[in-house]
Design a protein around this ligand. Structure first.
Ligand code: AMP
Length: 576
């Protein structure tokens, strides 16, 4: 492989490279830089985030522009504000010895007048998001009619975000004979169309194989019931005490909800999504960068420009709608030569998506089990022991040692260690000692005679307007159960049957002790003979005074049933 000198870069850039501590070019730099320096050509580069692609187009652009001129010569379009700022900062670092260089970032959510002023001072390179750029062109606040180099960075993502029209409109204001360099992690049809319509005989380079995800990332999936998703997330976090992660949700609402629950449960978490103000997003990102937030819960769009290198885990709380997006998510970890893990929490209905993703990333997922409560306790205990072992002694404690020693004069070393660790460990132990196994198997899908299910009789049926589907939905809703929790629902005229797993028996019978539907008490009992010759076991005790109770009591019950799965209080965690 070449050195940076071999690539043909001039001294002032080599000096900056030296300052940055880059010892050798990355693959995309090794391939792209010589081409872009030596030829006036269009280029399509397939490279993931984290491969060093900013420098791959940045160095050639810096070498080729004329810093003595105030004309805008280079335009870089990027999908998000964060990425736009990140590229701008990198270019400033790369060009720190290019005297007179002015790189300006143009993006939405900040003062357009200020940005226009910066451009007017003479920006040789503009880094922009498409929406704001188009806006500034239409207000004649920028002039890109003389640019020589344009870069479409993360082109697939810009098109995913619906910027096609904006990009074509912007390019229509640029000269025909400019060079266009397109960087993309994947090559969907839409990107190929851009290359075909707006580029002239582009050279192609590929880093790794096409559409392959970053090689330092291992991929794991965990199969759980949809209703256990959040518990599974907590266990994954607890089983990795030093986790520094991005957790992806599908919607802004889920993102906010998951972050709030994590914070409530004592984790250092934060939400990042488009409904937050720019200021709020900046604050969250700052805390994340400073490691004050261990778990950043984000939407795909908001997470685009995250330029944090040491993320240990990406957790897909839900899979993305477009499976191609998975590549972007997993690319957030395993950056800058580090290893990373991309975890996916899936329910049975989504598990087939894993196969499709494997085809795209050309890698196998490992199916793993959500750790059991006791496994987590063990990890936490060992992690705590290591932390104590590595802690530097604070000698201000010396002054109190006498008193403390007096207190423990009859305590042996072993006992003292046990007591000391119990302070922290017992929280986890108390929480997890009765924890259920969250893992499920695909073969269990139809609940066919799993041997562990309970069949119930319920005194509502078709006469009450139910068919099996609406009854299933009704039961799931009032009992707050997941998609697969109620099964084998059979609606008869005046009564019906349904099954749940045995673990839910108490909850089901407990709930229907005083619940009214259309003014009539709903009676649920265990049916031992599958409904025909029913032998009912009345379990929910209901006395007459209860019978007279009404809706108010039901509402209260629904609220109560929202408490956690284990009926134990959640451990509060002390965090860094
Ligand atoms: P990018 O793919 O452009 O987002 O770059 C990912 C990270 O790698 C950035 O923090 C760069 O500063 C860093 N980087 C870029 N090129 C190199 C290199 N040749 N050696 C080490 N780090 C690099």
């Amino acid at each position: 492989m070449n050195t940076f000198q071999d690539l043909g870069l001039q001294d002032n850039l080599l000096q900056a490279i030296n300052d940055l501590g880059f010892t050798k070019p990355s693959e995309v730099q090794d391939k792209a830089i010589p081409i872009l320096l030596q030829e006036e050509t269009d280029l399509v580069a397939l490279a993931q985030t984290g491969t060093g692609k900013t420098a791959a187009f940045g160095f050639p652009m810096l070498q080729k522009i004329n810093v003595n001129s105030r004309t805008t010569q280079g335009l870089i379009l990027s999908p998000t504000r964060e990425l736009c700022l990140q590229i701008t900062n990198e270019l400033k670092l790369y060009g720190k010895y290019c005297k007179g260089l002015n790189v300006v970032a143009i993006y939405g959510g900040a003062s357009i007048t200020e940005q226009a002023k910066d451009v007017k001072r003479g920006a040789q390179i503009i880094v922009a998001t498409p929406g704001r750029m188009k806006d500034m062109i239409s207000r004649r606040l920028v002039d890109i009619s003389k640019i020589e180099y344009s870069v479409l960075d993360e082109a697939d993502e810009m098109l995913n975000m619906g910027f096609y029209e904006d990009i074509t409109s912007i390019l229509s204001h640029t000269p025909e004979d400019k060079s266009t360099w397109l960087f993309s992690a994947t090559m969907p049809k839409e990107v190929a169309t851009i290359a075909k319509n707006f580029m002239y005989k582009p050279q192609e380079i590929t880093v790794g194989r096409k559409n392959e995800s970053t090689s330092q990332v291992s991929h794991e999936y965990y199969l759980v019931n949809a209703r256990d998703r959040y518990q599974a997330l907590k266990r994954l976090a607890d089983a990795n005490p030093d986790i520094f992660s991005v957790i992806f949700c599908r919607t802004k609402r889920d993102t906010q909800k998951v972050a709030e629950r994590l914070i409530e449960d004592g984790y250092s978490a934060g939400a990042l999504h488009g409904d937050l103000s720019q200021n709020q997003r900046d604050l969250v990102m700052k805390s994340f960068r400073n490691n004050q937030i261990q778990m950043l819960v984000a939407t795909d769009v908001a997470a685009r420009g995250i330029d944090v290198d040491n993320i240990t885990h990406v957790i897909n709380y839900q899979l993305p709608d477009e499976i191609e997006t998975y590549t972007h998510r997993s690319g957030r970890t395993g950056r800058a030569g580090k290893t990373g893990v991309s975890m996916v929490i899936v329910s049975k209905s989504e598990v087939r998506k894993i196969k499709s993703i494997e085809r795209i990333i050309k890698k196998q997922f490992e199916k793993k089990d959500i750790p059991s409560g006791m496994e987590i306790c063990e990890v936490q205990l060992i992690s705590l022991a290591n932390k104590v072992h590595n802690t530097e002694v604070n000698h201000d404690i010396d002054a109190y040692l006498g008193d403390i020693n007096k207190l423990f004069k009859d305590t042996s070393k072993d006992e003292l260690i046990k007591k000391f660790f119990s302070v922290e460990f017992s929280r986890f132990y108390n929480y997890y000692q009765k924890a259920l196994d969250l893992n499920i198997s695909v073969s269990n899908d139809e609940h066919k005679d799993s041997g562990n299910s309970v069949r119930y009789f319920i005194n509502v049926g078709k006469k009450d307007g139910f068919d099996w589907m609406s009854l299933k939905d009704f039961l799931k809703e009032v009992l707050e159960l997941g998609q697969d929790d109620v099964f084998k629902v059979e609606a008869k005229d005046t009564f019906s049957f349904f099954n749940t797993e045995k673990e839910l028996q108490e909850k089901v019978l407990g709930f229907f002790t005083d619940f009214k539907y259309n003014g009539r008490f709903v009676n649920v009992e265990i049916s031992e003979n599958r409904g025909r010759k029913r032998e009912r076991k009345r379990s929910g005790k209901r006395n007459d005074s209860n019978n007279r109770n009404d809706r108010k009591r039901f509402d209260k019950k629904v609220k109560h049933s929202k408490s956690g799965n284990f009926g134990t209080s959640r451990p509060r965690r002390s965090r860094r």
